[in-house]
Design a protein around this ligand. Structure first.
Ligand code: PRP
Ligand code: ADE
Ligand code: MG
Length: 202
C-alpha cells in the first residue's frame, strides 16, 4: 500500500543531511517571525497565535510546505498514504502537503458537515469543547496516515483525530504541527510520534 520515498536526486533534495538541516533552520526563523500574537482572543487569558500571515506571502507559504516536506523525507523512511488535516486550519496546510508528497488528503470535520455514514469523536481543546467526524470509509485498514494541524495546545483536537483514524484501522505514522504550545504538554496525550516546526510562545 505504501511506496518507498523517491530517490533524493529525483525530487530535488539537498545533497546532504547537513545542507538539509541548515535549510530547515533558516526556514524556521522566517516562519517564526511571521506569526502574530493577539492577547485575550478568543477568551480572556488566551494568547492567540495567528498563522495567517504565512499564507498571505507566497514565499512563506512555500517555506512552510518545504519545511514539512524536508522533515517527512528525512524522518519517515516511507511515504504516507494519507495526510489527514483537522478542520479548519489543518485544511490550510494538508492539501498542499499531500499534493507535494503524492499522498491522498482526507479531512476531519466538525460535526454535521460531512454527508453519509461518519465516525464521531468528542474532545476538549484549549478554549472549548467540540465533536470531530470523518466519513466512515475515508481511511482503508492498514493505510499509513500522518495527521497535520497548525497548532498543538492541549492536544485534545489531535488526539480525537487520531482516535477516528484508529477506529477505521489506519496506522498512525505521526502528528505534524507548525507550532507547539509546550507548556500545555499536549504531545503527551498523543499515541504516535509528534513533530513541530516551532515551539513556545513569545
Ligand atoms: O490542542 P488543542 O487544545 O486541541 O488546540 C489546538 C486546536 O485549536 C485550534 O482549532 P480550533 O478548532 O479552535 O479553530 P479552527 O477551526 O480555526 O482550526 C487549532 O487550529 C487546533 O486545531
Ligand atoms: N493559543 C492559541 N492560538 C491559536 N490557536 C489555538 N488553538 C488552541 N490554542 C491556540
Ligand atoms: Mg484547528
Amino acid at each position: 500500500m505504501s511506496s518507498t520515498l523517491p530517490d533524493a536526486s529525483k525530487v530535488g533534495l539537498p545533497a546532504s543531511d547537513a545542507t538539509s538541516a541548515a535549510e530547515l533552520a533558516s526556514l524556521k526563523v522566517r516562519l517564526r517571525t511571521a506569526l502574530r500574537q493577539y492577547p485575550d482572543f478568543p477568551s480572556p487569558g488566551i494568547l492567540f497565535e495567528d498563522i495567517l500571515p504565512i499564507f498571505a506571502d507566497p514565499s512563506l507559504h512555500e517555506a512552510l510546505i518545504r519545511s514539512l516536506e524536508l522533515h517527512i523525507l528525512a524522518n519517515y523512511g516511507q511515504k504516507p498514504d494519507v495526510i489527514v488535516g483537522l478542520e479548519a486550519r489543518g485544511f490550510l496546510m494538508g492539501p498542499s502537503l499531500a499534493l507535494r508528497l503524492g499522498a491522498s488528503f482526507v479531512p476531519v470535520r466538525k460535526q454535521g458537515k460531512l454527508p453519509g455514514p461518519c465516525e464521531t469523536q468528542g474532545y476538549e481543546k484549549e478554549y472549548g469543547q467540540d465533536f470531530f467526524q470523518m466519513q466512515a470509509d475515508s481511511i482503508k485498514p492498514g493505510q499509513k496516515v500522518l495527521v497535520i494541524d497548525d497548532i498543538i495546545a492541549t492536544g485534545g483536537s489531535a488526539k480525537a483525530g487520531g482516535e477516528l483514524i484508529q477506529k477505521m484501522g489506519g496506522e498512525l505514522l505521526g502528528f505534524i504541527f507548525l507550532l507547539e504550545l509546550e507548556f500545555l504538554h499536549g504531545r503527551d496525550s498523543l499515541p504516535a510520534p509528534v513533530f513541530t516546526l516551532l515551539s513556545g510562545q513569545a
